[in-house]
Every structure is written in structure tokens, then in C-alpha cells.
Write a protein that binds this ligand. Structure first.
Ligand code: COA
Length: 574
């Protein structure tokens, strides 16, 4: 079938569906919901059999839904209606909803009121709204959409109206800031965290810090440290601030300063001057990265049965200069441990999305900060490439994009959770050439032609497709807990295998041969030569693209590589 995806953005869920529907043999094209007339035009050009809307901000025009079946993905259980489905589910918490779900329904005049084609539930988890969306909602939505598409294709299925079904959900209004407001004099830590989670990554909780209005994001529990009166800031650690509640304290990782029109930044950077005067709560006397329980820690190391695991939970997978430098120190430190395998586990939602575009945007000289950041991430990649003391595994529980993919590829093995999406290309960011030694790391894995095609086509790759083309080494269990235990099991096997010493020796030998064929420094110099042009050259495309990306400028057109019906050679089907 020809399936048109209508979406506000090519977000993670839309990327997953784009891949899954293609693998299922459908011809898929995408159009952003820019305006009614653009949607109508896309439908006229593509003549889809079916329209799927995974993530919309505008209603589909009646001229379209009257004549085509349009399937809308609603991130709520059957019967749930309204624009703040997940926000309410997270705010209500697990006591109210042991399960949450996704419903695929047909577009009609009443929002979320059309007949239901499929639904899928999942156990509710305490966590950020965006994280639930990226993991549980996305997995359930893919299952539900694929079921709905099969049902539509069968021509036999009659979708049911809500009134014919046993539904637990109900209609809820749009959540307002008044519903989200934290009462620091009354709300306990658990309530504060639920409010922060329900507003993460958008729109944040309107509050104030240092007497200035701001929006708060990225809340984390603290079970030991406390002090001050409720609402007071107790101290700082790395990028986060610790704030007292009535029964303890919570960490706040990200802040948008002012009432509007600013960008989300690490809290200690958003209020750099004020935060500098707060007490430093890192234990600077202990130069190690051992995981501590019950507190916030963005880089945490654990060791079990000869396997070291380094978790780096950087918000949105964005890695600033400072974070890259700290992570490199942590990798060096972990390399010196008496282990055989080092697992680089990244974060739960993202493994890495490369250099930190928001921190770069906020810098006095974005070009200089881009340069510092790319050097720091290259240093980190080089540390991995040159690590001789043990085998390394990049274990991707979450998605990776741009330089983040090649940073992972710098490890000896790359294993990804089934369902993870990789974007191993840079050009969407204003024609960025990219670094992280991709010119050294990519071609040997996939071949020169495929490497060129991956970079040129700028399309996401599912973990399975990435395994098929050789970009990654294994695609493991799809559920996060199953993935973690499979990674632990395989890493143990790797460390105990009879050929471990031979593998390590072969890795050293390969490095020597590679270095004599073309030194790593040369790859780096060539890539950075191109990046210098991107950052400092006369063509400002990268700076313009970054500005629009971090400020979330609405799209005004759909890129050609996604809107196949706008290809120059496209012929309107009969
Ligand atoms: N720096 C800062 N923030 C980043 C980021 C980066 N490198 N990559 C992603 N983010 C943020 C997004 O702004 C968004 O923020 P939000 O919390 O305010 O919504 C969040 O991470 C999720 O990203 P989103 O784009 O919504 O995720 P996605 O799954 O739809 O798309 C990517 C994933 C990787 C395709 C997309 O995020 C992207 O293109 N990132 C930039 C990659 C890049 O060019 N890096 C620099 C070169 S190394």
C-alpha cells in the first residue's frame, strides 16, 4: 500500500514507523502538517491508500479525512481523550494507572472521537513524560499501528466506536501551568518529581530560581542530602541544582530562563553566576566514578563479575565540551580497573546525540564552542579507539544520532536494543561534514558505497537494519530490562571466552596496521578541516540550522528526502 505519514516532525516514533512500514513492504512518504493546503497537496500527489498520523499538532482537514482513512496515534488508553494524555497519566501516577496505553483511531470531526482500529497497553512506569513516550509509548504505538494497518489492508475489519467498547479512559482537558505548579511549602519530593516528570521535555514547570521566572525540567530524586527550608537551593553538582522540599530534596537538571523565547540549558549554566556561589556537592576528594545510590549522578560506574559498566545519563544525549572531558576521564579511569570488558551503557533514552547544540547556541562564540566541543568528543572517541587494555562494548538502550552513532562505533562492539533508531549522518544539521572519526570507522563496517549512501540519504536506521548492513554487531532484546540482562550475559561471555586474549591481540594488531596505512591524526585533521569550514566559513548553514533546531522553529516545508511524492521524478499514481 501507499501510506502517507502526516506528522508535526520526523520524531522518534515517526522514524520508527517509517522504517517498520517500509520493511513490511509499503511505499511510505511523509509530509509535515504545515497547513491544510500543503496536506491536501501531498494527498493529491501521493494518492495514498492510507494516511497515518503518529504525531500531530493540527487537526487533519475535513477535505482529507472525509475521503481517506486517516489513523491517528493517541498516547492514551481506550476512552482517553484530549491533548494532554500522557501529562495526566504521569501526574496521576502509578497508583491511579497501573497500566497506560496507546489507541489508534480514525480521524473524524471530534478530536479523538473516531472509531478505534487498534490499541495496546503497557505497565506504567515512574519517569519523565518524554522518556515514557520514547520507550513504552513508541513500542506500543508501533505494535498498534502495524495491527491497524493489517486490519485496514484485510478489508474485513470494522473498527468499533467507543460506545461499543469497555473503556477505562475519559476525556481530560489540556493541562495548564496551574495544574503543574509546584507548591514548595506543601508538595513532598514524590509530588514535586511527578510534576516535573509530567512536564518533561515540554513545556516544563513554570517556577522561579534566584528570584527570576523560569521553567524547570529534568527532575531526579535525592534520598540522603537535605537542608535549608522548602524551596531553597541547597547546592550544585556538575550541571544540576539541589532544591529542598518539605521532606527532603530533588535535583533539577535543566532550566529555561525567563518567561519565553529562551532555550533549555543545564541548570548550572542557565544561572551560571548565581549557581557559582552555591555549595559544591560533588565529593571532589574521591576521584572515582563509582555509582552512588539514591542521588543524581550523570556518570556512574559499576562492576560485576569482571565487567565494568559506565552509564552516562546526559539529558537528551547531548554532550557538551565539559561532559565529553569528564566522560573521557571516566573512561580512562575505568580502563585502569582490573576488568576484561568495559560496557559503555549511555543513558536510558539516548546513548548519545553528539555535541551539545544548546550549550553551543548559548555560548558567547558558538563557532568557538562548536570547535571546543568537537575536539572534546573526538578526544573521547580516540580514547576508545586506542584502548588496548580491554574489549569495549557500546550498549545502546536508547537512540543515537549524528556524532553519537560514531562515538558508539569507536567501541570494539556495538549492541543495540531492538527498537532503537540510529541516525548515522550529519548533513541535516546545515550540511555539517561531521567528525568523531566517522571517515575511519564507517567504511570498513558497511563498505565505501554504503557509507556514502548512508551519509547522503540522511535516513534513520532501525537497530535491525543497522545490524543487517554491518553498522552494528548485534540487535538484542526489545524491552529495556531484557536488553540490560542480555548485555550483561554477553559481556560476561566475552570476558570469559577462551579466545579473549587472541581477540585483544588481534585488536592491537589491527590498530597498528590501520595506523601505518593512515594515521588516526590524519583522519582527524581531514574531518576537522571540513568542520572548520562549517563553523568559521562563509556559508552559515550550520549556524542557521542549529538556531532553528534549538529554538524549535516550526517547519515550513518537508525535506525532499522524506517527501517522496515531491521527488522531481515522481509520477502521480493513477
Ligand atoms: N544537542 C542538544 N539537544 C539535542 C541534541 C543535541 N545534539 N540532539 C537532540 N537534542 C534534543 C532536542 O532538541 C530535543 O529537545 P527537547 O527535550 O526540548 O524536545 C530532544 O533532544 C529530543 O530530540 P528530538 O530531535 O526530538 O529527537 P528525535 O528522536 O526526534 O530525533 C535526532 C533524533 C538525533 C535525529 C535529532 O535529535 C537530531 O538531529 N539531533 C541533532 C544531532 C546533531 O546534529 N548533532 C550535532 C552533530 S554531532
Amino acid at each position: 500500500m501507499r501510506i502517507l505519514l502526516l506528522a508535526h516532525a520526523f520524531n522518534g516514533l515517526t522514524q520508527r514507523l517509517h522504517g517498520e512500514l517500509g520493511v513490511a513492504g509499503h511505499e511510505v512518504s511523509l509530509e509535515y502538517d504545515v497547513s491544510d493546503s500543503v496536506t491536501e497537496e501531498a494527498v493529491a500527489l501521493f494518492r495514498p491508500h492510507l494516511i497515518v498520523a503518529p504525531y500531530l499538532r493540527r487537526a487533519i482537514p475535513e477535505t482529507v479525512w472525509r475521503h481517506h482513512v486517516c489513523l491517528i496515534v493517541h498516547p492514551g488508553i481506550v476512552g482517553d481523550r484530549g491533548p494532554s494524555a500522557l501529562d495526566w497519566a504521569v501526574l496521576d501516577g502509578r497508583k491511579a494507572h497501573a497500566e497506560w496505553g496507546v489507541t489508534v483511531l480514525q480521524a473524524e470531526a471530534e478530536m479523538d472521537g473516531g472509531p478505534i482500529w487498534a490499541s495496546e497497553n503497557f505497565p506504567m512506569r515512574e519517569g519523565k513524560k518524554a522518556s515514557l513516550y520514547r520507550i513504552e509509548v513508541t513500542a506500543a504505538a508501533v505494535r498498534a499501528v502495524m495491527t491497524a494497518v493489517e486490519r485496514f489492508a484485510s478489508g474485513q475489519f470494522v473498527p468499533k466506536r467507543l460506545s461499543e467498547m469497555a473503556a477505562q479512559g475519559r476525556k481530560r482537558p489540556q493541562m495548564k501551568q496551574i495544574d503543574r505548579a509546584i507548591d514548595w511549602q506543601r508538595d513532598d519530593s514524590a509530588t514535586v518529581l511527578r510534576k516535573l516528570h509530567a512536564a518533561d521535555g515540554f513545556p516544563g514547570v513554570a517556577d522561579s530560581l534566584f528570584g527570576e521566572p523560569c521553567h524547570l525540567y529534568d527532575g531526579w530524586a535525592e534520598t540522603k542530602l537535605r537542608g535549608g527550608s522548602p524551596g531553597e537551593l541547597i547546592g550544585r553538582r556538575e550541571t544540576a541544582l539541589l532544591r529542598a522540599t518539605v521532606d527532603g530534596a530533588v535535583w533539577i537538571g535543566q532550566v529555561k530562563r525567563g518567561r519565553s523565547a529562551s532555550i533549555k540549558l543545564p541548570a548550572t549554566l542557565a544561572f551560571a553566576d548565581h549557581a557559582a556561589s552555591l555549595q559544591e556537592l560533588s565529593d571532589l576528594s574521591r576521584p572515582d566514578f563509582w555509582k552512588a545510590e539514591g542521588t543524581w549522578q550523570d556518570i556512574a560506574y559499576e562492576e560485576h563479575e569482571g565487567i565494568g559498566t559506565l552509564v552516562f545519563e546526559f539529558y537528551n544525549g547531548a554532550m557538551s565540551t565539559e561532559q565529553c572531558r569528564r566522560l573521557r576521564t571516566a573512561v580512562d579511569w575505568a580502563a585502569a580497573r582490573p576488568t576484561r570488558v568495559l560496557v559503555l551503557a549511555g543513558g536510558a533514552d539516548f546513548w548519545s546525540n553528539g555535541i551539545h547544540l544548546n550549550v553551543i547556541e548559548a555560548a558567547a562564540s558558538p563557532a568557538d564552542e562548536s570547535w571546543r566541543n568537537i575536539e572534546a568528543i573526538d578526544d573521547l572517541a580516540e580514547t576508545l579507539i586506542r584502548m588496548e587494555s580491554k574489549l569495549t562494548v557500546a550498549a545502546l538502550a536508547g537512540n543515537a544520532g549524528a556524532g553519537g552513532v560514531f562515538l558508539a562505533r569507536a567501541a570494539d562492539l556495538v549492541w543495540a536494543r531492538d527498537g532503537v533508531v540510529l541516525n548515522p549522518h550529519y548533513r541535516n544539521m546545515g550540511n555539517l561534514f561531521g567528525s568523531e572519526y566517522w571517515t575511519y570507522l564507517l567504511p570498513p563496517r558497511v563498505g565505501i558505497d554504503a557509507a556514502r549512501a548512508i551519509m547522503k540519504h540522511r535516513l534513520p536506521l532501525s537497530a535491525r537494519a543497522a545490524q543487517d548492513c554491518g553498522l552494528i554487531d548485534a540487535c538484542l532484546a526489545g524491552d529495556p530490562a531484557g536488553f540490560r540482562s542480555e548485555v550483561a550475559g554477553r559481556a560476561r561471555e566475552l570476558g570469559r571466552a577462551g579466545d579473549y586474549a587472541a581477540r585483544l591481540a588481534a585488536k592491537r594488531q589491527r590498530r597498528i596496521l590501520d595506523e601505518s596505512a593512515k594515521p588516526l591524526a590524519q583522519y582527524r585533521a581531514e574531518e576537522l578541516g571540513e568542520m572548520k569550514r562549517n563553523f568559521y566559513g562563509f556559508d552559515p548553514s550550520y549556524h542557521v540550522a542549529r538556531y532553528h533546531f534549538v529554538n524549535k522553529s516550526p517547519h515550513s516545508w518537508t525535506p525532499r528526502h522524506l517527501a517522496r511524492h515531491r521527488d522531481l521524478g515522481w509520477k502521480v499514481p493513477p
